[in-house]
Ligand binder design. Structure first.
Ligand code: FAD
Length: 453
């Protein structure tokens, strides 16, 4: 238990340094039973509990408020791979196990845990499930929710529920697992999970393609899906502004193709058996794209190192944006068929009202998930663009919802989007959310002030 303010400090501020809180202390239990004992004590004394994994969340969900009344419950020391079952194609993990540790344990038995995000060296399985994390493999394998078969949870009363079932079919009542996934620590503490494994593809080939427009990127996506089907494991998009930011702020980054276009697509194809076949399929897609004017140029990675370098260009966008001054971020998702219309409308409307902003748009296009972000104009690094951000957020979110989208795709609501999300939910949906919260956490001790408006 950390009570010294210097020791506790890293647990009281979020990854981006946007939220700062205070706490009674930081508990670092090592077993599910200790988690249960701590929560039981908190329930008896009505002490709020703020569960925390790797503290990489981007919505302020893992940071306590400023009152100092809460206990931060860090799962960091509950970090073991409990078992790997290659025949059942599952692994059982402590909630505080780092995502990268879990991926490596799967690799050791020749399997793939297909959850992947740029924070994988720091985020935990429990945090991934509590936020229903997405990442770069969603197009092929789904979100964290789709990869989870069972959970172990400490309830708000401090009881341990063993739902660690490795079953692919289980219609034996309400799906409590799915209730805890994505609940951002507001219903209970996840202490363990059974995750699905898939065969490791023999080959993965990445390519970066220069694209003239969003419409062209969407046509290419449609063609890629019909040609490659489940072989297509990623279809990411970034703008020239994003690429320039990475080239400027990441010393190791190099421009991979000479042609400069407004957009780039990073796609990846996996093949269970042969690298040559994957390469041939990407080449054929590139030829079709060039013929139809959807692609202007492209590079296909020749080696794992080249593949990693292409991926780094996409994964380093967030850090590069951070280096370019203050940031405003929107983690939105839309039906893929409305993305072009959304961007046309939102880009024009935002540019007309906030001409000082630079658009930093990128995301998981294959999932309909865009990071619709803004930075200060080039050369104006110190500009404070945040003064008007509530108006801007509401302005963007209204357009998103009008196009059938959501204002939180993969980062959750936390405190950042809690009230904004409530603007778009019907009274009946809000009433059901409040009823679930009241049923499972009647004293409101689980991560109060987060997610539930
Ligand atoms: C560079 C970078 C890239 C990122 N890329 C992506 C991405 O591509 N896709 C994506 O989805 N996210 C992404 N994220 C966001 C973040 O990494 C994910 O939300 C991740 O799943 C959070 O895991 P964590 O262990 O750090 O959780 P934390 O940040 O510690 O917690 C997040 C939320 O979950 C709750 N929580 C944590 N552990 C538990 C538990 N055991 N039981 C109950 N509740 C718990 C917390 O209370 C909080 O509400 C990125 C973040 C960074 C910094």
């Amino acid at each position: 238990l950390l009570t010294d303010s210097i020791d506790a400090a890293p647990f009281l501020t979020d990854w981006r340094g946007l939220w700062h809180g205070a706490a009674l202390g930081v508990a670092l239990p090592e077993t599910p039973q200790s988690v249960a004992a701590i929560v039981r004590w908190c329930a008896q004394h009505k002490v709020p509990v703020v569960p925390q994994g790797g503290n990489t969340g981007l919505s302020g969900g893992a940071t306590p408020d400023g009152s100092g009344a809460a206990l931060v419950l860090s799962l960091k020391h509950l970090d073991q791979v409990r078992a790997v079952d290659p025949l059942n194609a599952t692994m059982t993990l402590d909630a505080g196990c780092l995502l990268r540790t879990a991926q490596r344990a799967a690799e050791e038995v020749g399997r793939l845990l297909p959850l992947s995000l740029a924070a994988e060296g720091s985020c935990t399985i429990g945090g991934n499930l509590a936020t229903n994390a997405g990442g770069t493999g969603v197009l092929r394998y789904g979100n964290a929710r789709e990869l989870c078969l069972g959970l172990e949870v400490v309830t708000a009363q401090g009881e341990l529920w063993d739902g660690l079932r490795g079953l692919r079919k289980d219609n034996s009542g309400y799906d409590l697992r799915d209730l805890f996934i994505g609940s951002e620590g507001t219903l209970g503490v996840i202490t363990g999970a059974v995750m699905k494994l898939v065969p490791r593809p023999a080959a993965r080939v990445a390519a970066l393609l220069a694209i003239p427009s969003v419409e062209a990127a969407l046509r290419l996506l449609e063609e890629a899906r019909s040609r490659l089907d489940t072989g297509l494991t990623a279809f990411e998009m970034l703008s020239e502004t994003c690429l320039s930011l990475v080239l400027r702020h990441v010393p190791t980054a190099r421009r991979p193709i000479g042609t400069v276009t407004p957009w780039y697509v990073l796609l990846e194809l996996a093949d269970p058996n042969e690298e040559d076949r994957a390469r041939a399929q990407i080449e054929a897609l590139l030829v079709v794209g060039l013929e139809r004017g959807w692609v202007e140029d492209g590079v296909i990675a020749e080696s794992l190192a080249q593949s990693r370098a292409l991926w780094a260009l996409r994964e380093d966008v967030s850090d590069a944006q951070g280096a370019a001054g203050k940031t405003i971020k929107h983690d939105i998702a839309l039906p893929i068929s409305t993305i072009a219309a959304f961007l046309a409308e939102a880009d024009a409307a935002v540019a007309a009202r906030w001409p000082q902003l630079r658009f930093v748009t990128f995301g998981h296009l294959g999932d309909g998930n865009l990071h619709y972000n803004f930075s200060p104009a080039e050369g104006d690094r110190t500009a404070d663009i945040l003064a008007d951000q509530d108006d801007l957020n509401a302005f963007v979110h209204d357009i998103v919802v009008r196009h059938g989208g959501t204002i939180s795709a993969e980062h959750g609501l936390g405190v950042l989007r809690r009230d904004e999300a409530a603007r778009f939910k019907s009274p009946v949906e809000l009433a059901m959310m409040h009823a679930i919260k009241a049923a499972l956490d009647p004293d409101g001790i689980m991560n109060p002030g987060k997610l539930v408006p």
